[in-house]
Design a protein around this ligand. Structure first.
Ligand SMILES: Cc1cc2nc3c(=O)[nH]c(=O)nc-3n(C[C@H](O)[C@H](O)[C@H](O)COP(=O)(O)OP(=O)(O)OC[C@H]3O[C@@H](n4cnc5c(N)ncnc54)[C@H](O)[C@@H]3O)c2cc1C
Length: 434
């Protein structure tokens, strides 16, 4: 006879674990299943785990800003002390350059005003006072390193930047995911690792349960797809291919981990985002920095099969370091082996997530997190649990959208914003910035 639960969560990354926590906190008997050996061993483990409030939309920014307060009070949120230790939020603030690509931050700062998020506008001199390692030369646009104009400054300075004190990064994203697993277990959720969901069973237009690759069946009236870059494969198992306007696919990304320049202090330096050179970076322990790509138009996007992609670094790793060196002239390209991460984003057409029901009764989606939803994981879990409770109670979210309250900033979010059938957000950066 099949094991029977109230809810099954497919995927124990940080958003899957948060969803399990919130469902269990509402009294459900929850089983979280992951094909990997431990919580958050998938894309969560390689996340840069940056917490920043700016996105292209009011709702997206409001949730990201709200998330700062969760990370600031992490032990209380978890409600449990993990035997492996607790992840740490380094609230070092974020600096974002004013560039032609981001319309000199005009619309982003309007959104910040609307949600009440503090920021300070900086002149080029103030940028250097805050981060002495920065060159304020203007490079115009991100280029490939084989472009003859790569690294050529336009002979003038950048316009300035904005500084957001409420932001930073999480030191160890995998540990943060493990913290949430322990928090979910405290509410009675169980976790099963090294177990792959191979089929999703349906009955009378509703989900019935899952079948593992060893043939074992587990039944539940609620199943949540939080499979990260495998989300489209899991949707296919549920017979949902072609039923959604917004879809997901896996995008390969590289992150470079290099020693910081001598004049960079990783204890106080800010998260730094610069669409003019096409990179973002953040401090990493041991006076290192992590450098990621902002997906500039000159780079080809690498859409891949999440079960079959190149896990070694390519020339992109060196490109990232060289691009960042335009802004940090003291940055050296290490002669030793490349360090960092190669991993996958789960990307939608407008680079926003899908937090929604589906066309299959009882089957829910927390997918398409597009390289930018780590920070929102605790809130994503709460939004999913609120949505699931309302839908299982008979509310038709497609017609009568569920609303969610952000307590710290006292705002309501209409969850249809994250619908699988929304119009594509044309204000999106169409990049990891969302
Ligand atoms: C390189 C990189 C940098 C990033 N930087 C940032 C950042 O700075 N800030 C930010 O906010 N976000 C960032 N992100 C995004 C963030 O990390 C993700 O949005 C978040 O971690 C997704 O969590 P998740 O739980 O949805 O998915 P995942 O962590 O991908 O977990 C999905 C899980 O599902 C499991 N699974 C899949 N299929 C099955 C199956 N059939 N059966 C059982 N288990 C299955 C997988 O094993 C995996 O563990 C970054 C992502 C990457 C890759």
């Amino acid at each position: 006879m099949a094991d029977t639960r109230d809810a099954i969560v497919i995927g124990a990354g940080i958003i899957g674990a948060s969803t399990a926590r919130e469902l269990a906190a509402r009294g459900m008997n929850v089983l979280s299943i992951d094909r990997l050996p431990a919580a958050s061993y998938g894309s969560t483990a390689n996340s840069c785990a940056i917490v920043r409030p700016y996105y292209s939309t009011v709702h997206g920014s409001a949730i990201a800003y709200e998330s700062h307060f969760y990370w600031s009070d992490w032990e209380n949120y978890c409600g449990v002390l993990d035997e492996r230790g607790m992840a740490r939020y380094h609230n070092v603030g974020c600096m974002i350059m004013k560039t032609r690509q981001n319309n000199f931050l005009e619309s982003i700062l309007k959104v910040m005003d609307e949600i009440g998020c503090p920021y300070q506008e900086l002149t080029p001199e103030e940028v250097c006072q805050r981060m002495p390692s920065v060159s304020t030369a203007c490079f115009g646009e991100p280029r490939r390193t084989d472009d003859p104009e790569f690294g050529e400054s336009l002979g003038r300075e950048i316009v300035g930047a904005a500084y957001f004190p409420r932001g930073g990064y999480i030191s160890d994203p995998q540990l943060a995911g493990h913290n949430v697993q322990r928090a979910a277990e405290k509410f009675g959720a169980s976790f099963r690792f090294n177990a792959t969901v191979a089929a999703i069973r349906r009955d009378n237009g509703r989900v019935k349960g899952v079948t593992l690759d060893n043939g074992e069946e587990i039944d539940a009236p609620v199943v949540v797809n939080v499979a990260g870059p495998h989300s489209s494969k899991v949707n296919e198992m549920a017979g949902l291919a072609g039923t959604m306007r917004i879809t997901t696919r896996a995008l390969r990304h590289e992150v470079a981990h290099v020693p910081a320049p001598d004049d960079y202090d990783s204890g106080v330096s800010h998260v730094f985002s610069d669409s003019e050179i096409g990179t973002y970076c953040r401090p990493e322990t041991g006076n290192h920095i992590l450098i990621g790509s902002e997906d500039p138009a000159c780079d080809e996007r690498e859409w891949v099969d999440p079960d079959d992609y190149l896990q070694e670094f390519t020339g992109m790793w060196t490109t990232l370091v060289m691009r960042q060196a335009q802004r940090f002239p003291g940055l050296k390209i290490p002669g030793s082996a490349a360090r960092g991460a190669v991993d996958l984003y789960d990307v939608t057409e407008d680079w926003g997530p899908i937090y929604d029901k589906s066309d299959l009764g009882g089957f829910y989606l927390a997918i398409g997190t597009s390289g930018n939803q780590f920070k929102n994981a605790p809130i994503a879990g709460e939004m999913m649990a609120t949505l699931i409770a309302a839908c299982e109670d008979g509310q038709d979210h497609d017609v009568d959208p569920v609303s969610f309250h952000l307590p710290h900033i006292d705002r309501d979010v209409d969850l249809s914003f994250f619908s699988r059938n929304r119009e594509i957000n044309q204000n999106s950066s169409f990049s990891v910035l969302g």
